[in-house]
Design a protein. Structure first.
Length: 128
C-alpha cells in the first residue's frame, strides 16, 4: 500500500457537543464522509430532514472557528438554507455539506439548541 493509500484510510476524529458545549460523543470518520451521515451512523441527534439534498436547515451545525476556516466557502444554496437556520452563527454550516478532510481532525461540532423544519413547523415556502 502506497503512502497516498494509507493517508486516505486514516481516521479523522470529530468531537460533537450539545448546544451548551457539553461533550456528546467523539467519533471517527474517513476523508470524504459528511457530518450528517456520520451523526446518523453514530446515533447523534442531528435531523437532516431533506436527507442531504440542501433543501432544509435541520442539519445545521456550529463548527469551532479554526475548523470552519479550513472549509471551502458555502455554495449559494447552502447559504440560502442557513439563512433559515435557528441560532445561526458566523461558523454555522449544514452538516450534509461538511466533508471530512485530514485538516478537520479534532474539529468540534456543536449542535444548535433547536432546528427549524419548514414542513413540520408549519412555515410554507413561497413560490417566486
Amino acid at each position: 500500500m502506497g503512502r497516498e493509500d494509507s493517508t486516505r484510510l486514516s481516521l479523522i476524529k470529530i468531537h460533537f457537543q450539545d448546544a451548551k458545549g457539553t461533550p456528546i460523543k467523539t467519533i471517527e470518520g474517513r476523508e470524504g464522509d459528511n457530518i450528517l451521515d456520520l451523526a446518523h451512523e453514530y446515533d447523534i441527534d442531528l435531523e437532516g430532514a431533506c436527507e442531504g439534498s440542501v433543501a432544509c436547515s435541520t442539519c445545521h451545525v456550529i463548527l469551532d472557528p479554526a475548523s470552519y476556516d479550513k472549509l471551502p466557502e458555502p455554495e449559494d444554496d447552502e447559504n440560502d438554507m442557513l439563512d433559515m437556520a435557528f441560532g445561526l452563527t458566523d461558523t454555522s454550516r449544514l452538516g450534509c455539506q461538511v466533508k471530512l478532510t485530514p485538516d478537520l481532525n479534532g474539529a468540534v461540532v456543536k449542535l444548535p439548541s433547536a432546528t427549524r423544519n419548514m414542513f413540520v413547523d408549519g412555515v410554507k415556502p413561497t413560490k417566486h
